[in-house]
Design a protein around this ligand. Structure first.
Ligand code: ADE
Ligand code: ZN
Length: 326
């Protein structure tokens, strides 16, 4: 088969997807109308035109504003359901979805409303779409340690609804150390641990995510190449990097796709996966990320197989499920 068809058809897992980043402008407008929320853009087209980013923070400002239309349990359900339908189209068998409770609780939306809406969509996906979906709760690193602890506290009654915790939002100036005690507590609770590191921040943040937070996977991690000893360590340990190629281009981490280091990371023997990060904002869902990356970097069917296998191996599903999918 031709490579694009193979990329489309092959079963895969997605491990780095912020559910709030799947909110398409059309759905933002529909939810704004449903909830009587005023938007600062007159039309869907005007909102989409504002999606021209210069760095991570310029994106986050618009992304948090977009999330302001989410108020009711059904809003969270409908957002996640729209993504899960796309996941099925892209032949995603399993997805681990990030959500940012503080973006909502800080606006007065109860934690319960967020998690119930998202969980309901995940449960439906399993039975109605054949897509397995789990939730990973992220702490916003620009907020305080205290706020993260409050969020963890609020989540405990819903412990069975999520499988782990992550760390996202503005990386520069918010090192992993800031959340050392929160992650230690989460570790005691038996939660899986991941963290964004080495997207805009230095390679040292990846080292600290591993040593201080005990992260099991590194989200992005592309700046690891600045520290050869770290690259060797990641390869030896088999630590997965959840790389997001279209995101990296849109947020100017790399100038253009030909300049992306994903091929180099694979050659170094790193456990690389391809993911969409915030597909509604970055120009495509998972298969679009595969297509554009393979085209620009001239990757072959062997690389496709490696990336698909890595996505299941690096996931937090049972060994039995891994054996079924790989
Ligand atoms: N939140 C949503 N997308 C993100 C990204 N790429 N980096 C950090 N925080 C995020
Ligand atoms: Zn991310």
């Amino acid at each position: 088969a031709r490579l694009p068809e193979l990329l489309q058809a092959m079963p895969k897992a997605e491990l780095h997807m912020h559910i709030e980043g799947s909110l398409e402008p059309e759905l933002i407008f529909a939810l704004a109308q449903r909830n009587g929320v005023a938007l600062s853009y007159p039309s869907v087209e005007d909102l989409r035109k504002a999606y021209a980013f210069t760095d991570l923070q310029s994106f986050l400002d618009i992304y948090y504003a977009g999330a302001s239309v989410l108020l009711k349990e059904d809003d969270f359900h409908d957002m996640a359901w729209a993504y899960l339908l796309k996941a099925q189209e892209d032949n995603i068998r399993h997805t681990e979805l990030f959500f940012d409770p503080q973006t909502h609780t800080d606006r007065g939306v109860p934690f319960e409303v967020v998690i119930k809406g998202l969980s309901r969509a995940c449960a439906r996906a399993k039975t109605e779409l054949g897509v397995s979906a789990s939730l990973i709760m992220c702490f916003l690193r620009h907020l305080s340690e205290e706020s993260a602890f409050e969020t963890l506290q609020a989540s405990l009654p819903y412990r069975e609804h999520f499988i782990g915790v992550g760390l996202d939002s503005g990386e520069r100036g918010n090192p992993p150390e800031k959340f050392a005690r929160v992650f230690a507590k989460c570790r005691e609770l038996g939660l899986h641990l991941v963290a964004h590191a080495g997207e805009e921040g230095p390679a040292a943040y990846i080292v600290d995510a591993l040593d201080v937070l005990h992260a099991e996977r590194i989200d992005h991690g592309v700046r690891c190449v600045e520290d050869p000893a770290l690259v060797e360590r990641l390869a030896k340990q088999g630590t997965a990097l959840t790389v997001c190629p279209l995101s990296n281009i849109k947020l100017c981490v790399f100038d253009k796709m030909d300049a992306h280091n994903l091929g180099h990371l694979l050659e170094q023997g790193l456990k690389v996966t391809i993911n969409s990060d915030d597909p509604a904002y970055f120009g495509g869902y998972l298969n679009q990320n595969f297509l554009e990356t393979f085209e620009a970097l001239d990757l072959d069917a062997q690389a496709a197989y490696t990336l698909a296998r890595n996505s299941f191996e690096a996931s937090f599903v049972s060994e039995a499920d891994k054996a079924r999918w790989i």
